[in-house]
Design a protein around this ligand. Structure first.
Ligand code: UTP
Length: 259
């Protein structure tokens, strides 16, 4: 059973500067509720009972938010429930997503765990829940997938597909970060929901810096695939909202308010 989730929150948020020089983008309200609470609700509904936040000293405001008791009573009850299930680990130097994940190595108890990237909101249908159910059947790693326009593949991580399992799921042969439009192996892009094996920590321990001098989680995933660990791509049914840029944040807020 997958009971633990990790949420990397220690990035710099450069696309939302100057706001992110004084504030955590994950606390920006969407229809009155901080973005990260949508992610927590997705976890709770998917049966997760412990969430590990990877923050940094610069993003302590996130911890403060959950530990601030000066609230009206209903709001307080809700936050108390979240607070009970959240643990914090620190990544004070943003060396990349792989390094952020590595910081949780002593906290993960089971063979698999869920990871959610908070910039990627998926509404209307719980993507984590659907992925956990596939994992239960196939006992392997699962990553979220979404078809993107062919002309935009160079902005995404793109799957090289192996055989289809059914209409929403396929085995992954490889993942290529931001491929050339001409040579991209598909237009199925990686979205920020992952069910990863605990053994990824052994790979991350030795992982060298990749593109842009960062330690990428995708590089560790590629190593696992090469070592014949099964990975499934799940084409989710919910609606994807990108909250990593100001334009995306505004669009997503309007979309959530409508739904
Ligand atoms: P991104 O690479 O999208 O970076 O990280 P970012 O900092 O959020 O935003 P930009 O690109 O600079 O505008 C994907 C996720 O991984 C986390 C981020 O907080 C984000 O949730 N992350 C990234 C870390 O926790 N640590 C890192 O070293 C890098």
């Amino acid at each position: 059973m997958i009971k633990q989730a990790i949420i990397p929150l220690a990035g710099l948020g450069t696309r939302l500067l100057p706001l992110t020089s004084v504030f955590a983008k994950e606390l920006l309200p969407m229809n009155g509720k901080p973005g990260v609470e949508y992610i927590l609700d997705e976890c709770i509904e998917a049966g997760i009972n412990e969430v590990i936040f990877i923050i940094s000293n610069k993003k302590k405001i996130i911890k403060k938010y959950f530990y601030n008791d000066k609230r009206v009573i209903d709001e307080y009850k809700k936050i108390k429930k979240y607070k009970k299930m959240i643990k914090f680990v620190y990544q004070n130097k943003p060396l990349g997503t792989g390094d952020a994940v590595y910081k949780t190595k002593n906290k993960i108890k089971d063979n698999f765990f869920l990871m959610l990237l908070p910039d990627d909101l998926i509404i209307k249908k719980n993507c984590s829940k659907a992925m956990i159910s596939i994992h239960k059947k196939k006992k392997c790693s699962v990553m979220a997938s979404m078809k993107v326009q062919k002309k935009t593949v160079n902005r995404w991580g793109i799957y090289m597909k192996d055989k289809n399992i059914d209409k929403n799921n396929f085995f992954i042969k490889d993942v290529i970060e931001k491929p050339n439009i001409k040579t991209a192996p598909s237009n199925n892009a990686v979205i920020g929901r992952y069910i990863l094996p605990k053994k990824i920590f052994g790979i991350l321990k030795k992982q060298k810096k990749g593109k842009g001098g960062e330690i990428h989680i995708t590089d560790a995933i590629r190593t696992l695939i090469k070592q014949n660990n099964k990975f499934i791509g799940h084409s989710f049914e919910g609606k994807y909202l990108d909250c990593g840029t100001m334009h995306g944040y505004i669009k997503s807020s309007l979309e959530i308010a409508k739904s």
